[in-house]
Design a protein around this ligand. Structure first.
Ligand code: ADP
Ligand code: ASP
Ligand code: MG
Length: 447
């Protein structure tokens, strides 16, 4: 058994869905469970419809909904009763939101779940019409989470038990198709795993059924040496360790949702990143063992629009419990901290979900002075050779030359080195680091 996950752009239109169909057909003998994202930018559209509805722009919301519906009929190639029924339900929900005038995290999940509910039905049907024996499984019946709406975490024991009970017997004879991203609480209420969460679904499913491989099919050739939207001349990484790829995902390489590798690591299942537009390319293989390499750095991740919180207290630092109080303030608002650095009198932390900033700030201000910098970016070089090679930081600093570095951090694993720079310096910083570390590459590791 294998898991094959196709991202939004891989199922964005009729032609893309045909490509996916032939990719899956060619791998039928491996007994694939297929996980699909919402078609194209559907999740963004759904959230936009919701914002319009609650802001009193009911008409606008309904018009956007109409065009989303037409897009699904047009590109999904299927005016089927189930798709119509889903749009009818969705229409009710949007009208309800317009009446209520507010969106709770629970209703955000109800709304955004429709993208994957639709795409999974449409793709199942596309497979059938192409002669494949496919069956749809509603992910919400097998993936159970806690109640942290919009970023829920799976309850692993229950989820694995349900997956192991339900999928393997079906996979004996059929191709299973499921929506990514969506799940449900124990009481059946719909939840989601956070933006980009279909990757995570794929690895949860893979771990649950003991798959021999998890394939993440996307719109680039694999994990690249930097974000291709920012840096020219990026290379493909042929093979990388779980440890390194986890750091990259965590620090912003969008190609993998940050939690994706956890279930795969636990069950030691290799993860492949592949291009659905160029299935002949071998992609990137993420494996348990170390990958020897003559380059120090394997890839550079980046994340824009983060916020730096500087917490200063001349009297508290070094005092018992100071750091604990700081982290509790973030924890209570369910805000995770990405990078931390400390000095004699201050602690700096970066966050990427500033929603709860006001609450965090007022809690911290009870014992420290707080100052906040918006519009910052993280750049992080990752490679397990960093810990064995002296002088890497010096090379990075030299390359970054005139760029103002706001914060520096090395993870405890010592396989990453992170910098915070202003958003507007991100591109220059990435180009400079990429030129420094990837002008010559080890042909065994990079393509
Ligand atoms: P999908 O819809 O298939 O999940 P995403 O848009 O979530 O695709 O992720 C793929 C995109 O991630 C690529 O198109 C690329 O622009 C971006 N990306 C950022 N950093 C990297 C990286 N290091 N390697 C590959 N892609 C990256
Ligand atoms: N459709 C969801 C999103 O856009 C999940 C995913 O694509 O992975 O965030
Ligand atoms: Mg994604």
């Amino acid at each position: 058994m294998i898991v094959m996950k196709f991202g939004g752009s891989s199922v964005a239109n009729a032609e893309a869905i045909r490509r996916v169909t032939s990719i899956v057909a060619a791998r039928q003998d491996r007994r694939p469970a297929v996980v699909v994202s919402a078609m194209g930018k559907t999740t963004d559209r759904l959230l936009e419809i919701g914002s319009n509805a609650v802001a009193g722009r009911r008409q606008q919301a309904l018009e956007l909904l109409k065009s989303l519906e037409e897009y699904h009929y047009q590109e999904g190639g299927l005016v089927d009763g189930r798709v119509r029924a889903l749009f009818e339900e969705l229409g009710e929900l949007v009208r309800g939101l317009a009446v209520m005038g507010e969106m709770t995290p629970r209703s955000v999940d109800a709304l955004s779940s429709y993208g994957e509910r639709l795409s999974s039905v449409i793709v199942t049907e596309a497979f059938r019409r192409a002669g494949l024996d496919a069956v749809h499984v509603d992910s919400r019946e097998v993936i159970v989470t806690d109640d942290r709406h919009t970023a829920a975490s799976p309850l692993y024991a229950e989820t694995y038990a349900r997956l192991a009970g339900r999928l393997p017997p079906l996979l004996e004879k059929q191709i299973v198709v499921m929506g990514g991203f969506i799940a449900s609480r124990k009481d059946g209420v719909t939840t989601t795993l956070g933006r980009g969460g279909s990757d995570f679904t794929a690895s949860i499913v893979g771990a649950g059924i003991g798959a021999e491989e998890i394939q993440i099919w996307t719109d680039v050739d694999g994990l690249l040496t930097a974000d291709p939207r920012v840096v020219k001349n990026v290379r493909r990484v042929r093979v990388i360790s779980f440890e390194e790829a986890s750091e990259l995902a965590y620090f912003g390489a969008r190609v993998l949702h940050p939690s994706t590798l956890l279930p795969a690591i636990e069950k030691n299942i290799p993860v492949l990143i592949l291009n659905s537009y160029r299935p002949e390319v071998e992609g990137t293989r993420i494996v348990a063992e170390r990958v020897p390499c003559t380059n120090v750095v394997k890839s550079i991740s980046s994340k824009r629009n983060i916020t730096v919180v500087n917490i200063t207290s001349t009297r508290m630092i070094g005092a018992h419990g100071f750091l604990r109080r700081i982290f509790e303030a973030f924890e209570r608002s369910q805000t995770s901290v990405d990078m931390v650095s400390t000095s004699e009198v201050s602690v700096s932390a970066t966050i990427d979900r500033p929603a709860a900033l006001a609450a965090i700030r007022s809690e911290l201000e009870q014992f420290a002075q707080v100052d906040v910098e918006d519009n910052q970016a993280i750049v992080c070089i990752v490679g397990d050779n960093i810990r064995y090679t002296p002088g890497v930081a010096a090379r990075a600093f030299r390359a970054l030359g005139g760029i103002n570095i706001r914060m520096i951090s090395q993870g405890a694993s010592r396989l990453n080195l992170g910098f915070v720079v202003a958003n507007q310096d991100l591109e220059a910083a990435l180009e400079a680091l990429h030129a420094e570390f990837f002008t010559e590459v080890d042909p065994n590791v990079f393509a």
